[in-house]
Write a protein that binds this ligand. Structure first.
Ligand SMILES: Cc1cc2nc3c(=O)[nH]c(=O)nc-3n(C[C@H](O)[C@H](O)[C@H](O)COP(=O)(O)OP(=O)(O)OC[C@H]3O[C@@H](n4cnc5c(N)ncnc54)[C@H](O)[C@@H]3O)c2cc1C
Length: 554
Protein backbone atom coordinates (compact mmCIF):
# COMPACT_ATOMS: atom_id res chain seq x y z
CA UNK A 1 0.00 0.00 0.00
CA UNK A 2 2.96 2.36 0.62
CA UNK A 3 4.16 1.67 -2.91
CA UNK A 4 0.65 2.20 -4.29
CA UNK A 5 0.69 5.48 -2.35
CA UNK A 6 3.81 6.56 -4.23
CA UNK A 7 2.05 5.68 -7.50
CA UNK A 8 -1.01 7.75 -6.57
CA UNK A 9 -3.43 4.78 -6.49
CA UNK A 10 -3.55 4.07 -2.76
CA UNK A 11 -7.00 5.63 -2.26
CA UNK A 12 -8.46 3.78 -5.22
CA UNK A 13 -7.10 0.44 -4.00
CA UNK A 14 -8.39 1.05 -0.48
CA UNK A 15 -11.82 2.10 -1.75
CA UNK A 16 -12.08 -1.13 -3.77
CA UNK A 17 -10.86 -3.25 -0.84
CA UNK A 18 -12.71 -4.88 2.01
CA UNK A 19 -14.07 -2.44 4.62
CA UNK A 20 -11.55 -2.36 7.48
CA UNK A 21 -14.12 -3.64 9.97
CA UNK A 22 -14.48 -6.88 7.97
CA UNK A 23 -10.79 -7.83 8.10
CA UNK A 24 -9.74 -7.23 11.66
CA UNK A 25 -10.03 -10.79 12.97
CA UNK A 26 -9.58 -14.42 12.03
CA UNK A 27 -11.27 -17.42 13.66
CA UNK A 28 -11.28 -21.22 13.74
CA UNK A 29 -14.48 -23.32 13.68
CA UNK A 30 -15.37 -27.00 13.62
CA UNK A 31 -18.00 -25.86 11.07
CA UNK A 32 -20.68 -23.16 10.97
CA UNK A 33 -23.46 -25.67 11.64
CA UNK A 34 -24.07 -29.41 11.86
CA UNK A 35 -25.75 -32.35 13.48
CA UNK A 36 -24.10 -32.38 16.93
CA UNK A 37 -23.33 -29.78 19.57
CA UNK A 38 -19.65 -30.06 18.62
CA UNK A 39 -20.45 -28.78 15.14
CA UNK A 40 -20.95 -25.08 14.57
CA UNK A 41 -18.56 -24.14 17.35
CA UNK A 42 -15.88 -21.52 17.37
CA UNK A 43 -12.55 -23.04 18.44
CA UNK A 44 -10.60 -19.78 18.73
CA UNK A 45 -10.43 -16.24 17.39
CA UNK A 46 -7.79 -13.53 17.34
CA UNK A 47 -7.05 -10.09 15.96
CA UNK A 48 -5.01 -9.95 12.77
CA UNK A 49 -3.76 -7.81 9.85
CA UNK A 50 -3.29 -4.62 11.79
CA UNK A 51 -6.91 -4.66 12.98
CA UNK A 52 -8.54 -4.64 16.40
CA UNK A 53 -5.97 -4.32 19.17
CA UNK A 54 -3.16 -3.83 16.60
CA UNK A 55 -4.77 -0.83 14.88
CA UNK A 56 -2.88 1.82 16.83
CA UNK A 57 0.50 0.10 16.46
CA UNK A 58 0.15 -0.25 12.67
CA UNK A 59 -1.27 3.27 12.21
CA UNK A 60 1.76 4.73 14.00
CA UNK A 61 4.26 2.97 11.72
CA UNK A 62 2.96 3.76 8.25
CA UNK A 63 0.95 6.34 6.33
CA UNK A 64 -0.84 3.42 4.65
CA UNK A 65 -3.16 0.90 6.19
CA UNK A 66 -3.30 -2.85 5.66
CA UNK A 67 -5.81 -3.43 2.85
CA UNK A 68 -7.43 -6.61 1.59
CA UNK A 69 -8.27 -6.66 -2.09
CA UNK A 70 -8.55 -9.74 -4.28
CA UNK A 71 -5.95 -9.82 -7.02
CA UNK A 72 -8.66 -10.10 -9.70
CA UNK A 73 -9.90 -6.68 -8.52
CA UNK A 74 -6.45 -5.15 -7.98
CA UNK A 75 -5.11 -5.94 -11.44
CA UNK A 76 -7.63 -3.79 -13.38
CA UNK A 77 -6.62 -0.82 -11.19
CA UNK A 78 -2.94 -1.42 -11.89
CA UNK A 79 -3.66 -1.84 -15.58
CA UNK A 80 -5.60 1.42 -15.78
CA UNK A 81 -2.87 3.28 -13.88
CA UNK A 82 -0.21 1.89 -16.22
CA UNK A 83 -2.23 2.74 -19.32
CA UNK A 84 -2.54 6.35 -18.18
CA UNK A 85 1.24 6.76 -18.50
CA UNK A 86 1.95 8.08 -21.99
CA UNK A 87 5.27 6.23 -22.17
CA UNK A 88 3.66 2.83 -21.55
CA UNK A 89 2.82 0.42 -24.36
CA UNK A 90 0.91 -2.49 -22.83
CA UNK A 91 0.10 -5.56 -24.88
CA UNK A 92 -1.90 -8.66 -24.12
CA UNK A 93 -1.86 -11.99 -25.93
CA UNK A 94 1.89 -11.55 -26.28
CA UNK A 95 3.65 -14.64 -24.95
CA UNK A 96 7.40 -14.27 -24.77
CA UNK A 97 8.86 -17.43 -26.24
CA UNK A 98 12.59 -16.70 -26.47
CA UNK A 99 15.10 -14.35 -24.85
CA UNK A 100 18.68 -13.94 -26.05
CA UNK A 101 21.13 -11.33 -24.85
CA UNK A 102 24.44 -9.86 -25.89
CA UNK A 103 26.59 -7.05 -24.54
CA UNK A 104 24.39 -4.28 -25.92
CA UNK A 105 20.90 -5.51 -25.26
CA UNK A 106 18.30 -8.27 -25.23
CA UNK A 107 16.42 -9.76 -28.19
CA UNK A 108 12.95 -11.01 -27.33
CA UNK A 109 10.67 -13.16 -29.44
CA UNK A 110 6.95 -12.66 -28.85
CA UNK A 111 4.52 -15.20 -30.23
CA UNK A 112 3.21 -16.84 -32.16
CA UNK A 113 0.08 -15.11 -30.82
CA UNK A 114 -3.48 -16.36 -31.35
CA UNK A 115 -3.47 -15.06 -34.94
CA UNK A 116 -0.06 -16.58 -35.65
CA UNK A 117 1.94 -13.31 -35.48
CA UNK A 118 5.55 -13.45 -34.30
CA UNK A 119 7.29 -10.23 -33.28
CA UNK A 120 10.85 -9.39 -32.31
CA UNK A 121 11.70 -6.72 -29.75
CA UNK A 122 15.09 -5.32 -28.84
CA UNK A 123 15.40 -4.05 -25.25
CA UNK A 124 18.10 -2.54 -23.07
CA UNK A 125 16.82 -4.38 -20.00
CA UNK A 126 14.17 -7.05 -19.37
CA UNK A 127 12.14 -7.54 -16.20
CA UNK A 128 10.87 -11.12 -16.04
CA UNK A 129 7.59 -11.02 -14.12
CA UNK A 130 5.87 -14.10 -15.50
CA UNK A 131 4.97 -15.80 -12.23
CA UNK A 132 7.57 -18.51 -12.75
CA UNK A 133 6.26 -19.89 -16.05
CA UNK A 134 9.13 -19.31 -18.47
CA UNK A 135 11.81 -16.70 -17.94
CA UNK A 136 13.87 -18.29 -15.13
CA UNK A 137 14.18 -21.54 -17.12
CA UNK A 138 14.97 -19.62 -20.28
CA UNK A 139 17.80 -17.81 -18.46
CA UNK A 140 19.00 -21.11 -16.92
CA UNK A 141 18.33 -19.96 -13.35
CA UNK A 142 17.35 -22.81 -11.01
CA UNK A 143 14.96 -22.43 -8.05
CA UNK A 144 15.94 -23.80 -4.63
CA UNK A 145 13.70 -24.80 -1.74
CA UNK A 146 10.67 -26.96 -1.10
CA UNK A 147 8.18 -27.42 -3.90
CA UNK A 148 4.78 -29.02 -4.59
CA UNK A 149 4.12 -29.79 -0.91
CA UNK A 150 0.30 -29.91 -1.15
CA UNK A 151 -2.18 -29.51 -4.02
CA UNK A 152 -4.50 -26.75 -2.83
CA UNK A 153 -7.77 -26.30 -4.68
CA UNK A 154 -9.62 -22.97 -4.48
CA UNK A 155 -13.19 -22.26 -5.52
CA UNK A 156 -14.35 -18.71 -6.15
CA UNK A 157 -18.11 -18.74 -5.66
CA UNK A 158 -21.17 -16.60 -4.97
CA UNK A 159 -23.56 -17.55 -2.18
CA UNK A 160 -25.77 -15.84 0.34
CA UNK A 161 -23.94 -16.67 3.57
CA UNK A 162 -25.58 -13.81 5.46
CA UNK A 163 -27.24 -16.00 8.07
CA UNK A 164 -24.44 -18.56 8.07
CA UNK A 165 -21.17 -16.72 8.75
CA UNK A 166 -21.08 -15.99 12.48
CA UNK A 167 -18.77 -12.96 12.42
CA UNK A 168 -18.58 -10.41 9.57
CA UNK A 169 -15.42 -8.96 11.16
CA UNK A 170 -13.43 -12.10 10.29
CA UNK A 171 -11.57 -12.13 7.00
CA UNK A 172 -10.57 -15.81 7.13
CA UNK A 173 -12.57 -18.59 8.77
CA UNK A 174 -10.48 -21.73 9.25
CA UNK A 175 -12.21 -25.09 9.63
CA UNK A 176 -10.86 -27.95 11.72
CA UNK A 177 -13.15 -30.92 11.25
CA UNK A 178 -11.98 -34.47 12.11
CA UNK A 179 -14.27 -35.91 9.41
CA UNK A 180 -12.32 -33.95 6.78
CA UNK A 181 -8.80 -34.70 7.97
CA UNK A 182 -8.09 -31.75 10.31
CA UNK A 183 -6.96 -28.30 9.23
CA UNK A 184 -5.64 -28.73 5.68
CA UNK A 185 -8.45 -31.02 4.51
CA UNK A 186 -11.20 -28.93 6.15
CA UNK A 187 -10.00 -25.80 4.40
CA UNK A 188 -10.76 -22.13 4.89
CA UNK A 189 -13.21 -19.53 3.70
CA UNK A 190 -12.71 -15.83 3.08
CA UNK A 191 -14.77 -13.06 1.62
CA UNK A 192 -14.01 -11.35 -1.68
CA UNK A 193 -16.78 -8.69 -1.76
CA UNK A 194 -18.59 -6.73 -2.94
CA UNK A 195 -19.84 -5.94 0.56
CA UNK A 196 -23.18 -4.54 1.66
CA UNK A 197 -23.76 -1.96 4.41
CA UNK A 198 -23.51 -4.64 7.09
CA UNK A 199 -20.19 -5.87 5.69
CA UNK A 200 -21.76 -9.01 4.20
CA UNK A 201 -19.97 -10.27 1.13
CA UNK A 202 -21.57 -11.59 -2.06
CA UNK A 203 -18.56 -13.60 -3.20
CA UNK A 204 -16.24 -15.99 -1.40
CA UNK A 205 -13.17 -18.09 -1.77
CA UNK A 206 -12.97 -21.56 -0.27
CA UNK A 207 -9.70 -23.53 -0.42
CA UNK A 208 -8.67 -26.93 0.89
CA UNK A 209 -5.92 -29.47 0.35
CA UNK A 210 -6.32 -32.56 -1.82
CA UNK A 211 -3.95 -35.50 -2.15
CA UNK A 212 -1.90 -34.97 -5.33
CA UNK A 213 -3.31 -38.22 -6.76
CA UNK A 214 -6.95 -37.68 -5.71
CA UNK A 215 -8.97 -37.98 -8.96
CA UNK A 216 -11.78 -35.82 -7.50
CA UNK A 217 -9.61 -32.72 -7.12
CA UNK A 218 -10.60 -31.45 -10.59
CA UNK A 219 -14.30 -32.11 -10.07
CA UNK A 220 -16.50 -29.01 -9.58
CA UNK A 221 -19.34 -31.00 -7.99
CA UNK A 222 -16.90 -32.55 -5.48
CA UNK A 223 -15.64 -29.06 -4.63
CA UNK A 224 -19.23 -27.93 -3.97
CA UNK A 225 -19.70 -30.96 -1.70
CA UNK A 226 -16.49 -30.01 0.14
CA UNK A 227 -17.77 -26.48 0.71
CA UNK A 228 -21.06 -27.82 2.06
CA UNK A 229 -19.31 -30.30 4.36
CA UNK A 230 -16.75 -27.82 5.72
CA UNK A 231 -19.31 -25.10 6.35
CA UNK A 232 -21.79 -27.68 7.59
CA UNK A 233 -24.63 -26.02 5.71
CA UNK A 234 -26.86 -28.51 3.89
CA UNK A 235 -28.56 -27.31 0.71
CA UNK A 236 -26.18 -24.35 0.27
CA UNK A 237 -26.94 -22.63 -3.02
CA UNK A 238 -23.48 -21.77 -4.39
CA UNK A 239 -22.56 -20.66 -7.91
CA UNK A 240 -18.95 -21.59 -8.59
CA UNK A 241 -17.18 -19.06 -10.87
CA UNK A 242 -13.80 -20.74 -11.09
CA UNK A 243 -11.69 -23.45 -9.59
CA UNK A 244 -7.93 -23.14 -9.45
CA UNK A 245 -5.12 -25.40 -8.35
CA UNK A 246 -2.01 -24.12 -6.69
CA UNK A 247 0.80 -25.98 -5.07
CA UNK A 248 2.43 -25.00 -1.84
CA UNK A 249 5.98 -24.00 -2.69
CA UNK A 250 8.71 -22.20 -0.80
CA UNK A 251 11.26 -21.66 -3.54
CA UNK A 252 13.66 -18.83 -4.36
CA UNK A 253 15.67 -18.35 -7.56
CA UNK A 254 19.39 -18.98 -7.16
CA UNK A 255 20.00 -15.68 -8.95
CA UNK A 256 17.72 -12.70 -9.51
CA UNK A 257 19.71 -11.43 -12.46
CA UNK A 258 21.30 -12.73 -15.58
CA UNK A 259 23.07 -9.97 -17.46
CA UNK A 260 20.42 -7.48 -18.56
CA UNK A 261 17.49 -9.62 -17.40
CA UNK A 262 16.00 -9.47 -13.90
CA UNK A 263 13.50 -11.70 -12.12
CA UNK A 264 10.79 -10.14 -9.96
CA UNK A 265 7.73 -11.44 -8.13
CA UNK A 266 6.76 -15.09 -8.42
CA UNK A 267 9.32 -15.50 -11.18
CA UNK A 268 11.95 -14.98 -8.45
CA UNK A 269 10.20 -16.54 -5.42
CA UNK A 270 7.06 -18.52 -4.74
CA UNK A 271 5.97 -18.68 -1.12
CA UNK A 272 3.03 -20.24 0.75
CA UNK A 273 0.31 -17.58 1.24
CA UNK A 274 0.27 -18.11 5.03
CA UNK A 275 1.45 -14.61 6.01
CA UNK A 276 0.10 -12.94 2.84
CA UNK A 277 3.48 -11.71 1.62
CA UNK A 278 3.90 -13.23 -1.87
CA UNK A 279 2.60 -10.35 -3.96
CA UNK A 280 3.77 -7.80 -1.39
CA UNK A 281 7.32 -9.10 -1.77
CA UNK A 282 6.97 -9.09 -5.58
CA UNK A 283 5.81 -5.49 -5.68
CA UNK A 284 8.68 -4.53 -3.39
CA UNK A 285 11.09 -6.24 -5.82
CA UNK A 286 9.77 -4.13 -8.68
CA UNK A 287 9.97 -0.97 -6.56
CA UNK A 288 13.56 -1.76 -5.58
CA UNK A 289 14.54 -2.37 -9.20
CA UNK A 290 12.59 0.36 -10.98
CA UNK A 291 14.50 3.39 -9.68
CA UNK A 292 17.82 1.65 -10.31
CA UNK A 293 16.90 0.85 -13.93
CA UNK A 294 15.60 4.40 -14.40
CA UNK A 295 18.91 5.76 -13.04
CA UNK A 296 20.96 3.43 -15.24
CA UNK A 297 18.99 4.43 -18.34
CA UNK A 298 19.54 8.10 -17.49
CA UNK A 299 23.28 7.75 -16.86
CA UNK A 300 25.23 4.63 -17.80
CA UNK A 301 27.63 5.45 -14.90
CA UNK A 302 24.80 4.47 -12.54
CA UNK A 303 24.44 0.96 -13.99
CA UNK A 304 26.40 -0.44 -11.02
CA UNK A 305 23.26 0.17 -8.93
CA UNK A 306 21.70 -2.75 -10.80
CA UNK A 307 24.14 -5.13 -9.12
CA UNK A 308 22.53 -4.35 -5.80
CA UNK A 309 19.06 -5.58 -6.80
CA UNK A 310 19.82 -9.24 -6.15
CA UNK A 311 22.03 -8.47 -3.13
CA UNK A 312 19.20 -6.59 -1.49
CA UNK A 313 16.12 -8.54 -2.50
CA UNK A 314 17.22 -12.18 -2.53
CA UNK A 315 17.85 -12.42 1.26
CA UNK A 316 14.45 -10.81 1.88
CA UNK A 317 12.74 -13.31 -0.41
CA UNK A 318 14.55 -16.16 1.34
CA UNK A 319 13.43 -14.92 4.76
CA UNK A 320 9.84 -14.48 3.56
CA UNK A 321 9.86 -17.99 2.04
CA UNK A 322 11.19 -19.52 5.27
CA UNK A 323 8.72 -17.62 7.45
CA UNK A 324 5.77 -18.43 5.20
CA UNK A 325 6.69 -22.11 5.17
CA UNK A 326 6.92 -22.13 8.98
CA UNK A 327 3.55 -20.37 9.11
CA UNK A 328 2.04 -23.05 6.87
CA UNK A 329 3.41 -25.94 8.92
CA UNK A 330 2.64 -24.33 12.26
CA UNK A 331 -0.79 -23.15 11.25
CA UNK A 332 -2.46 -26.52 11.01
CA UNK A 333 0.15 -28.44 12.95
CA UNK A 334 0.04 -26.48 16.20
CA UNK A 335 -3.74 -26.09 16.40
CA UNK A 336 -4.44 -29.73 15.55
CA UNK A 337 -1.76 -30.88 18.00
CA UNK A 338 -3.03 -28.65 20.82
CA UNK A 339 -6.53 -30.10 20.41
CA UNK A 340 -5.06 -33.62 20.23
CA UNK A 341 -6.02 -34.38 16.62
CA UNK A 342 -4.05 -37.09 14.87
CA UNK A 343 -4.61 -37.47 11.12
CA UNK A 344 -3.94 -41.21 11.43
CA UNK A 345 -6.66 -41.70 14.08
CA UNK A 346 -10.32 -42.34 13.20
CA UNK A 347 -12.58 -39.28 12.95
CA UNK A 348 -14.55 -40.41 16.04
CA UNK A 349 -11.37 -40.05 18.13
CA UNK A 350 -10.97 -36.51 16.81
CA UNK A 351 -14.49 -35.61 17.93
CA UNK A 352 -13.73 -37.10 21.39
CA UNK A 353 -10.77 -34.70 21.58
CA UNK A 354 -13.11 -31.78 20.82
CA UNK A 355 -15.56 -33.01 23.46
CA UNK A 356 -12.71 -33.08 25.96
CA UNK A 357 -11.44 -29.65 24.85
CA UNK A 358 -14.70 -28.07 25.94
CA UNK A 359 -15.17 -30.19 29.07
CA UNK A 360 -14.34 -29.32 32.67
CA UNK A 361 -11.75 -32.13 32.85
CA UNK A 362 -8.10 -31.47 33.71
CA UNK A 363 -7.04 -32.63 30.25
CA UNK A 364 -9.62 -30.26 28.72
CA UNK A 365 -8.04 -27.38 30.61
CA UNK A 366 -4.59 -28.48 29.39
CA UNK A 367 -5.87 -28.59 25.79
CA UNK A 368 -7.36 -25.11 26.10
CA UNK A 369 -4.05 -23.77 27.45
CA UNK A 370 -2.10 -25.42 24.61
CA UNK A 371 -4.60 -24.04 22.10
CA UNK A 372 -4.27 -20.50 23.50
CA UNK A 373 -0.46 -20.82 23.18
CA UNK A 374 -0.78 -22.06 19.60
CA UNK A 375 -3.08 -19.18 18.66
CA UNK A 376 -0.69 -16.69 20.27
CA UNK A 377 2.25 -18.26 18.44
CA UNK A 378 0.42 -17.39 15.26
CA UNK A 379 1.57 -13.83 15.76
CA UNK A 380 4.19 -15.08 13.28
CA UNK A 381 1.45 -15.23 10.67
CA UNK A 382 -0.97 -12.52 11.76
CA UNK A 383 1.15 -9.91 13.52
CA UNK A 384 4.60 -10.25 11.94
CA UNK A 385 5.38 -6.55 11.71
CA UNK A 386 9.13 -7.24 11.60
CA UNK A 387 8.86 -9.46 8.51
CA UNK A 388 6.30 -7.20 6.83
CA UNK A 389 8.01 -3.87 7.36
CA UNK A 390 11.10 -4.15 9.58
CA UNK A 391 13.31 -6.02 7.13
CA UNK A 392 16.55 -4.31 6.16
CA UNK A 393 19.25 -4.57 3.55
CA UNK A 394 22.59 -5.34 5.20
CA UNK A 395 24.42 -4.83 1.89
CA UNK A 396 23.60 -3.10 -1.36
CA UNK A 397 23.18 0.50 -2.50
CA UNK A 398 23.84 1.79 1.00
CA UNK A 399 26.78 3.20 2.93
CA UNK A 400 28.01 3.66 6.48
CA UNK A 401 26.80 2.64 9.96
CA UNK A 402 27.76 -0.93 10.81
CA UNK A 403 26.09 -3.22 13.29
CA UNK A 404 22.41 -2.41 12.96
CA UNK A 405 22.55 -3.10 9.26
CA UNK A 406 21.48 -6.69 9.81
CA UNK A 407 18.30 -8.50 8.88
CA UNK A 408 15.69 -8.24 11.63
CA UNK A 409 16.14 -10.75 14.39
CA UNK A 410 12.62 -10.39 15.71
CA UNK A 411 10.02 -11.16 13.04
CA UNK A 412 7.25 -9.81 15.24
CA UNK A 413 8.59 -6.34 15.93
CA UNK A 414 9.13 -3.40 13.63
CA UNK A 415 11.44 -0.92 15.31
CA UNK A 416 11.70 2.25 13.21
CA UNK A 417 15.26 3.40 12.68
CA UNK A 418 17.05 5.69 10.24
CA UNK A 419 20.02 3.29 10.03
CA UNK A 420 21.15 2.68 6.42
CA UNK A 421 19.36 -0.21 4.74
CA UNK A 422 16.14 0.31 6.73
CA UNK A 423 12.75 1.61 5.64
CA UNK A 424 12.74 5.29 6.66
CA UNK A 425 10.60 5.82 9.80
CA UNK A 426 7.14 7.20 9.06
CA UNK A 427 6.19 10.53 10.63
CA UNK A 428 3.34 12.83 9.59
CA UNK A 429 4.66 16.30 8.68
CA UNK A 430 2.63 19.38 7.87
CA UNK A 431 3.31 20.78 4.41
CA UNK A 432 1.63 23.65 2.56
CA UNK A 433 -0.75 21.26 0.80
CA UNK A 434 -1.60 19.22 3.91
CA UNK A 435 -0.23 16.13 5.59
CA UNK A 436 2.93 14.62 4.17
CA UNK A 437 4.63 11.45 5.34
CA UNK A 438 8.40 11.18 5.59
CA UNK A 439 7.89 8.31 3.14
CA UNK A 440 6.69 10.83 0.54
CA UNK A 441 9.89 12.91 0.63
CA UNK A 442 11.93 11.00 -1.95
CA UNK A 443 9.79 11.08 -5.05
CA UNK A 444 9.98 10.63 -8.80
CA UNK A 445 13.16 8.55 -8.86
CA UNK A 446 15.08 11.11 -6.81
CA UNK A 447 16.83 10.80 -3.43
CA UNK A 448 15.99 13.07 -0.49
CA UNK A 449 18.72 14.31 1.86
CA UNK A 450 16.51 15.00 4.87
CA UNK A 451 17.99 17.68 7.15
CA UNK A 452 16.85 20.06 9.88
CA UNK A 453 16.95 23.87 9.39
CA UNK A 454 20.19 24.01 11.46
CA UNK A 455 22.07 21.96 8.86
CA UNK A 456 20.28 23.10 5.70
CA UNK A 457 22.90 25.51 4.32
CA UNK A 458 25.81 23.20 5.04
CA UNK A 459 24.13 20.24 3.34
CA UNK A 460 23.04 22.29 0.33
CA UNK A 461 26.67 23.24 -0.20
CA UNK A 462 27.65 19.61 0.28
CA UNK A 463 25.28 18.49 -2.49
CA UNK A 464 26.55 21.27 -4.78
CA UNK A 465 30.10 20.14 -4.18
CA UNK A 466 29.20 16.45 -4.79
CA UNK A 467 27.51 17.45 -8.06
CA UNK A 468 30.86 18.84 -9.18
CA UNK A 469 32.72 15.61 -8.30
CA UNK A 470 33.15 12.12 -9.75
CA UNK A 471 29.79 11.00 -8.32
CA UNK A 472 27.94 13.75 -10.20
CA UNK A 473 25.38 11.43 -11.89
CA UNK A 474 24.09 10.22 -8.52
CA UNK A 475 24.56 13.53 -6.67
CA UNK A 476 22.45 15.21 -9.37
CA UNK A 477 19.53 13.05 -8.21
CA UNK A 478 19.78 14.28 -4.60
CA UNK A 479 17.37 16.96 -3.30
CA UNK A 480 17.91 18.60 0.09
CA UNK A 481 14.61 18.43 2.01
CA UNK A 482 14.36 20.54 5.14
CA UNK A 483 12.08 19.17 7.84
CA UNK A 484 11.16 21.38 10.76
CA UNK A 485 10.66 24.78 9.16
CA UNK A 486 7.37 26.49 8.20
CA UNK A 487 7.18 24.79 4.83
CA UNK A 488 7.48 21.27 6.25
CA UNK A 489 6.70 21.39 9.93
CA UNK A 490 7.27 18.64 12.48
CA UNK A 491 4.76 20.04 15.00
CA UNK A 492 4.96 17.22 17.53
CA UNK A 493 8.75 16.90 17.19
CA UNK A 494 8.25 13.29 16.19
CA UNK A 495 10.76 13.27 13.35
CA UNK A 496 13.25 14.91 15.72
CA UNK A 497 12.64 12.02 18.12
CA UNK A 498 12.87 9.25 15.50
CA UNK A 499 15.53 10.55 13.11
CA UNK A 500 18.37 9.40 15.42
CA UNK A 501 20.74 11.99 13.90
CA UNK A 502 21.57 15.34 15.48
CA UNK A 503 20.08 18.70 14.40
CA UNK A 504 22.97 19.22 11.97
CA UNK A 505 22.95 15.62 10.74
CA UNK A 506 21.31 14.24 7.59
CA UNK A 507 19.44 11.13 6.41
CA UNK A 508 19.69 10.19 2.75
CA UNK A 509 16.48 8.47 1.61
CA UNK A 510 16.36 6.50 -1.65
CA UNK A 511 13.41 6.67 -4.06
CA UNK A 512 12.17 3.33 -2.69
CA UNK A 513 11.99 4.88 0.83
CA UNK A 514 15.03 2.98 2.16
CA UNK A 515 17.83 4.87 3.89
CA UNK A 516 21.00 4.93 1.78
CA UNK A 517 23.25 6.71 4.29
CA UNK A 518 23.15 9.03 7.27
CA UNK A 519 25.46 11.46 8.96
CA UNK A 520 24.94 11.79 12.69
CA UNK A 521 26.21 15.38 12.72
CA UNK A 522 27.71 17.96 10.37
CA UNK A 523 31.14 16.59 9.36
CA UNK A 524 34.10 18.87 8.99
CA UNK A 525 33.92 18.55 5.21
CA UNK A 526 30.29 17.58 4.45
CA UNK A 527 30.82 17.74 0.68
CA UNK A 528 33.65 15.22 0.85
CA UNK A 529 31.69 12.93 3.24
CA UNK A 530 28.64 12.97 0.99
CA UNK A 531 30.82 12.29 -2.03
CA UNK A 532 32.45 9.31 -0.29
CA UNK A 533 29.06 7.98 0.78
CA UNK A 534 27.67 8.22 -2.75
CA UNK A 535 30.77 6.45 -4.04
CA UNK A 536 30.07 3.59 -1.64
CA UNK A 537 26.35 3.54 -2.56
CA UNK A 538 27.38 3.15 -6.19
CA UNK A 539 30.08 0.57 -5.60
CA UNK A 540 28.97 -1.09 -2.37
CA UNK A 541 28.20 -4.31 -4.07
CA UNK A 542 31.38 -4.66 -6.07
CA UNK A 543 32.55 -8.22 -5.82
CA UNK A 544 36.33 -8.48 -5.94
CA UNK A 545 37.65 -11.81 -7.06
CA UNK A 546 40.52 -13.41 -5.20
CA UNK A 547 43.18 -13.93 -7.88
CA UNK A 548 44.40 -17.20 -6.42
CA UNK A 549 41.18 -19.01 -5.50
CA UNK A 550 38.68 -17.28 -7.79
CA UNK A 551 36.35 -16.90 -4.80
CA UNK A 552 34.30 -13.73 -4.39
CA UNK A 553 35.55 -11.27 -1.78
CA UNK A 554 33.07 -8.58 -0.76
C1 LIG B 1 -4.54 -18.64 -2.55
C2 LIG B 1 -3.50 -17.57 -2.64
C3 LIG B 1 -3.59 -16.48 -1.79
C4 LIG B 1 -2.63 -15.48 -1.85
N1 LIG B 1 -2.74 -14.42 -1.01
C5 LIG B 1 -1.81 -13.45 -1.03
C6 LIG B 1 -1.91 -12.34 -0.16
O1 LIG B 1 -2.84 -12.24 0.63
N2 LIG B 1 -0.94 -11.38 -0.22
C7 LIG B 1 0.10 -11.47 -1.08
O2 LIG B 1 0.95 -10.58 -1.06
N3 LIG B 1 0.22 -12.52 -1.93
C8 LIG B 1 -0.70 -13.50 -1.93
N4 LIG B 1 -0.59 -14.56 -2.79
C9 LIG B 1 0.55 -14.62 -3.73
C10 LIG B 1 0.29 -13.84 -5.03
O3 LIG B 1 -0.87 -14.31 -5.65
C11 LIG B 1 1.48 -13.99 -5.97
O4 LIG B 1 2.68 -13.73 -5.25
C12 LIG B 1 1.36 -13.02 -7.13
O5 LIG B 1 0.27 -13.35 -7.95
C13 LIG B 1 2.61 -13.01 -7.99
O6 LIG B 1 2.47 -11.98 -8.93
P1 LIG B 1 3.35 -11.98 -10.23
O7 LIG B 1 2.90 -10.79 -11.02
O8 LIG B 1 4.78 -12.15 -9.91
O9 LIG B 1 2.92 -13.32 -11.02
P2 LIG B 1 1.45 -13.74 -11.64
O10 LIG B 1 0.40 -13.10 -10.82
O11 LIG B 1 1.55 -15.18 -11.75
O12 LIG B 1 1.48 -13.01 -13.05
C14 LIG B 1 2.35 -13.45 -14.08
C15 LIG B 1 1.82 -12.93 -15.40
O13 LIG B 1 2.76 -13.24 -16.42
C16 LIG B 1 2.07 -13.77 -17.56
N5 LIG B 1 2.98 -14.66 -18.30
C17 LIG B 1 3.39 -15.90 -17.96
N6 LIG B 1 4.24 -16.38 -18.87
C18 LIG B 1 4.39 -15.42 -19.81
C19 LIG B 1 5.15 -15.32 -21.02
N7 LIG B 1 5.95 -16.30 -21.44
N8 LIG B 1 5.05 -14.18 -21.74
C20 LIG B 1 4.26 -13.15 -21.32
N9 LIG B 1 3.53 -13.19 -20.19
C21 LIG B 1 3.59 -14.31 -19.45
C22 LIG B 1 0.89 -14.50 -16.95
O14 LIG B 1 -0.12 -14.64 -17.92
C23 LIG B 1 0.50 -13.58 -15.81
O15 LIG B 1 -0.37 -12.58 -16.27
C24 LIG B 1 -1.54 -15.58 -2.76
C25 LIG B 1 -1.45 -16.69 -3.61
C26 LIG B 1 -2.41 -17.68 -3.55
C27 LIG B 1 -2.30 -18.86 -4.47
Amino acid sequence: MEIFRSLGIEDEVRAAGAPARTVSRTAWYTSFDGPTELHGRQIAARDAWGGGSYAEEYAAMSPSSYTMLAQIRLEPILRRAAEERPEADIRFDSPVTAVAQDEDGVSITVGPTADGTVRHIRATYVIGADGGRFIADELGIPMSGESDLVDMVSAHFSADLGGVVPDNGCLINWFVNPDLGGSIGSGYLYHLGPWDEQGRSAEWLFACGFGPDDPERFDEEEMKRRIVRSLGVEGLDATVHSISHWYINAVVADRFRSGRCFLVGDAAHRVPPWGALGLNTGIQDAHNLAWKIAAALRSPELASLLETYETERRPIATTVAENSLHNFTNHGGLVDKAIGLDPAAPASTGWEMFADLWSESGSGLERRRALADAIEFMDHEFHAHGVECGFAYPRGAIAGDGPERALPVDPLVYRPTSAPGHHVPHVWLHGGAGRVSTLDLADGGRLALVVAPEGADGWREAVASAVASDVAPLAALVDVVVVGDDRLADPEGEWERLREVGPRGAVLVRPDTFVAWRSMDMPEDPGRELELALEVVLAADLQLVDATTGAGVS
